[in-house]
Design a protein. Sequence first.
Lengths: 253, 253
Amino acid sequence: MKNSSVLFAFYNLLIRHYERWEVIEKGKLMEGAGRGGKTTAKRRPRERVLQRDPERTRAAILEAATQEFAENGMGGARVDAIAERAGTNKRMLYHYFGDKEQLYLHVLEEAYVGIRTAERALHIGDRSPEEGISDLALFTWRYFLKHPEFLSLLGTENLHRARWLRQSVRLKELHSHLLGELEQVLERGKKAGVFIDSADPLNVYLTIASLGYFYLSNQYTLSTIFGRELAQPENIDAWERQIVHVTLASIKA
Amino acid sequence: MKNSSVLFAFYNLLIRHYERWEVIEKGKLMEGAGRGGKTTAKRRPRERVLQRDPERTRAAILEAATQEFAENGMGGARVDAIAERAGTNKRMLYHYFGDKEQLYLHVLEEAYVGIRTAERALHIGDRSPEEGISDLALFTWRYFLKHPEFLSLLGTENLHRARWLRQSVRLKELHSHLLGELEQVLERGKKAGVFIDSADPLNVYLTIASLGYFYLSNQYTLSTIFGRELAQPENIDAWERQIVHVTLASIKA
DNA sequence: CCGGCCAGTAACTAAACAGTTACTTTGATG
DNA sequence: CATCAAAGTAACTGTTTAGTTACTGGCCGG
């Protein structure tokens, strides 16, 4: 048995490299390969039809990457898995997005654009101050509920202390609108005497987001330790009412 | 230049394996290596003194693993990095904990035991109902503030839908105490007419935990998008007051 | 006082990984 | 209708990774 593992490994290496050599030689014979410097073999004819639709491929990669990053985080996501989910291959992914990190940043930016765009369409200033606040709370909760991948991406990005989001140039102005509109609603409520003077737009938004985010993003450990299934529809509905109740109670005059 | 890269790779492999061979032969000559089946070389005399302190080594690995998992998540954590941080090596890690997943589960269990043990020492039932609730809120917030690694581990575990926590047998009974004591405090408050009848222990705890968890775990993205530094001491203090205010406002009669 | 067992070490390995190379296919344009 | 750039493919590479192997050294019970 002496040295047998080493011998075996060596043998395997020889075999592997000889096979490769053989393929190279065959390739040269078969296709002539006149251009200098080419060392690889003739490829088998491919079966899959070429898509030739750059926009669709790009979108498919982005969608697949969103799923993969949301499910596995930045460290756990696999580039091969993204390519396969998108029905394409790695080369295209690198072609359109540069590398894994830039792809991840695109996914993150897209996710933020998604929620902020939907939020703008709310126009919380159009109703009474109380309705405006409760509509914002309901919207935020229901958006989180419908987009678990968004919560997951936020979690991943925060694990890395916003390392990639910080580099984003697109997202700075996207958020000032939200706080501005919220401030106007609070001001109107204060003048009408329904909100306390200390009500602050950032605090109100953080309260709403906290209550929604924590319940959903931590539902798995919470359900486990408290032995109650938080994903059950009746519990989901009860928490929705709790969010609106808590938010309004915290600013009511 | 034809085939030069292949030739070069092949050459390197030969060199590498010849060197290894040489070492093996030398090893045999130098130490006799009488015992059959041994194929590896003589090791250099080691410089580090043997610790021979199993408890200390175990604890060091657990501490190092907590840091590494908290900073990089389950997918991003590196077993080599843990061993190095602990001042030991991988073999010991596998010796004491089996594999990466079991080590992670130990870290997670330890983290939960930590917070629940500290929580018990609070005895929130000893004061007035309002004080009990605000003390629980303050304790939870300050514990989160002091133990960012706990928040991080929760986030990682939830990304994986409590895959490992679900397997834990130690943790089921650890949490019933908390809800039981909280329920008693709420009951006393209801009888005294200071809390609303609908106040529910799980909802109250989730509210407190939500407000603390979200602010801290998401501080990096929030600071980036809103352009306000949430980690600033004055902002931290303001949020502590907000948590107590919101929690009490949501249950006050 | 010695032999076996447990703490500890470091080199090793197979597999997985991000990223690259070396090509082929297709359609639009001059 | 030739050509050229963009779209697409798949095999390949260097490196990293979790996990293993093959050892060494010290202590304790017989």
